[in-house]
Design a protein around this ligand. Structure first.
Ligand code: FES
Length: 373
């Protein structure tokens, strides 16, 4: 078998060639050989073709409707936590599955629609191409662009307005859903409420002025309120504590929320006696003797900084290995975190229990826009 090296046209030749001629030339230059080429619908507009077109369009319509469902769930589904035993608990449990089902169905239907279009409506073509290496010269780039345009024309998409509209609907709504999903936090305005907005306050904020907020441990039963006294901790130990208010003792939902709120966990650390410490300016009265209370939410990306190393007094975040020095007001000394762990101001009340004097003096967790410190 002999192969012919095609003549490479110069710029003047290229200018005079039609798009179809450029496409044919491009295939020849690329060593593409068309073995079989047949229009799936040589007679246009038959009932069978329309049926195939409707089949493809229905997948894109399903994608669009699922995308709308996803948007509706994301924007309107009651997602707030409801405890077991309440009527709304099942609805709360279904929030995340419904997001996954609607978005998953939307993506799935777009995929099936594209595959069905390729199988039922695109021309049936088989081509082979020899591989070659090296960068593409100008002629290749010009001819490739022409090939793509011609392929687009031959795919028949231009005259299939039903498919164009349904695909636009399916992909458009799906894209809109992804966009809203990304921007949802902004649309919901997390700063609503000014100084009392969720980003500025935590579960340690008193519900009413002057109300005591105790430090409690989690025993696994929200009704089993175990308050913490200084003598409960050995020197050099750490305990995770959560907020508790007397007004919430019989309120199961509030008790569970106190244990589950992402911004509530606090590490109560008792340093060994005689440990030298450095006070943070403006926070000098936040600790109680050797007892220091730090937010457990890492200031890097919000993982729980659950590890306290007794010998070095370092708090470790297992996510990206940030280390904070408990003797230096939780200052970061290693890793990607750049801010000290926020300190909860604590004291011991008349009955000998630890209480928080107020909420944290700064926002907990990672940085975000408009953070004040
Ligand atoms: Fe803690 Fe990254 S989240 S180090």
């Amino acid at each position: 078998m002999t192969t012919h090296t095609p003549h490479t046209p110069d710029d003047t030749d290229l200018e005079s060639m039609s798009r179809e001629e450029l496409a044919v030339l491009g295939m020849r230059l690329d060593g593409v050989e068309v073995l079989k080429e047949a229009d799936r619908w040589p007679v246009k507009g038959t009932r069978a073709e329309k049926r195939a077109e409707r089949g493809v369009a229905s997948w894109f319509a399903i994608a669009g409707l699922s995308g709308l469902g996803f948007l509706a769930v994301f924007l309107f589904w009651p997602w707030e936590y409801k405890p077991p035993g309440t009527d709304e608990h099942l609805v709360y449990l279904l929030y995340t599955p419904m997001l996954g089902i609607t978005l998953g169905l939307s993506v799935f239907a777009v995929g099936i629609g594209v595959i069905a279009y390729a199988k039922k409506l695109l021309p049936d073509e088989t081509s082979v191409q020899a591989r070659h290496g090296g960068p593409s010269p100008e002629v290749d780039r010009r001819t490739m662009a022409a090939e793509l345009l011609v392929t687009g024309e031959r795919s028949g998409i231009a005259r299939r307005s039903l498919i164009k509209r349904s695909a636009g609907f399916g992909l458009g709504v799906m894209g809109l859903g992804v966009g809203v999903f990304s921007l949802g936090g902004l649309i919901k305005n997390p700063w609503k409420g000014g100084d009392q907005a969720a980003l500025w306050t935590t579960g340690w904020a008193p519900a009413t002025p002057g109300e005591k907020v105790y430090l409690r441990r989690d025993t696994g039963d929200p009704h089993d309120v175990a308050l913490v006294r200084p003598e409960d901790l050995d020197a050099g130990s750490m305990e995770t504590v959560f907020p508790f208010r007397e007004s919430e003792r019989d309120d199961e939902e509030a008790l569970i929320r106190g244990l589950r709120r992402a911004d509530s966990p606090v590490m109560l650390i008792r340093l060994r006696p005689g440990t030298e410490t450095v006070q943070r300016k403006g926070f000098e009265d936040h600790h109680y003797g050797d007892y220091w209370a730090f937010s457990k939410v890492c200031t890097h990306l919000g993982c729980p900084t659950s590890l306290f190393e007794q010998q070095t007094n370092r708090i470790l975040c297992p996510c990206h290995q940030s280390q904070f020095d408990a003797t230096q007001y939780g200052r970061p000394i290693f890793g990607p975190a750049t801010r000290a762990l926020p300190q909860l101001p604590i004291e011991v009340d008349d009955e000998g229990y630890f209480v928080a004097r107020s909420d944290f003096g700064e926002a907990v967790g990672p940085g975000f826009w408009e953070r004040r410190s």
